[in-house]
Design a protein around this ligand. Structure first.
Ligand code: ZN
Length: 170
C-alpha cells in the first residue's frame, strides 16, 4: 500500500490511526480524511460449449501460469465496458458481458487492494481467437478439469461460476 505521508490538502504530515472505524490516513491539521479504495478489475468467464477459455500469462506476476482473461477497469468504464475491451485486447474476441456473477477482494503487493468482479461473457465468433497483449497463449479446459490458476481470486470466481451452474441444474 502506498504510504500517504503528507496531506494532499494542506501538505502537513498525516496521521495513520483509527478514523471512522478503520485505520486510515488523516490530517489533524485540516481534518481531511484520506480514504483509500480498491482497484476494480473485470475478470472474464468465457464458455465455449462445456469448456472455459483460460490465458497463459506472458508477464510477471505469475508468468507462464493460467488465469482468467481480464484486467483493470479504466477511468470512466463500467465493468461491462472493461470486460469487452479486455476480451478484445487479450484474445482478439468480440463479445458482450452477460452477467456479473460475483466478486473477490485481494491484496496485491504491486497494485494494493484489488477488487475482482467476475463477469460471464457471450462470444460472437470463436474463430477470431488470437492471444495477445499480456497473454502468451490461450487454452480451453473442461469445467470439471480446470487447472489451479495463478491467482486465488481467479480460482474463487471460477468456483462461484461452477456453483451457479449446479444451482441451475437442480
Ligand atoms: Zn491537511
Amino acid at each position: 500500500m502506498k504510504k500517504l505521508i503528507y496531506c494532499s490538502q494542506c501538505s502537513k504530515k498525516n496521521s495513520y490511526s483509527n478514523k471512522d472505524g478503520e485505520i486510515r490516513y488523516h490530517c489533524k491539521n485540516c481534518k481531511s480524511i484520506h480514504y483509500q479504495n480498491p482497484k476494480p478489475t473485470a475478470t472474464l468467464i468465457c464458455i465455449k460449449n462445456d469448456e472455459i477459455l483460460l490465458v497463459k500469462r506472458a508477464f510477471e506476476p505469475a508468468k507462464g501460469e493460467w488465469s482468467l482473461p481480464g484486467g483493470f477497469i479504466e477511468l470512466g468504464e463500467t465493468p461491462e465496458d472493461a470486460a469487452k475491451r479486455e476480451l478484445k485486447e487479450e484474445t482478439n474476441l468480440d463479445g458482450e458481458a452477460v452477467q456479473l456473477i460475483g466478486s473477490c477482494s485481494h491484496f496485491n503487493s504491486i497494485f494494493g487492494d484489488v477488487l475482482l468482479l467476475g463477469l460471464t461473457m457471450k462470444i460472437d465468433n470463436w474463430e477470431n481467437l488470437i492471444p495477445g497483449d499480456d497473454a502468451q497463449s490461450a487454452g480451453f479446459f473442461k469445467l470439471k478439469d480446470t487447472p489451479i490458476m495463478a491467482f486465488e481470486c481467479h480460482n474463487k470466481i471460477l468456483s462461484i461460476y461452477k456453483k451457479s451452474l449446479s444451482k441451475l441444474s437442480i
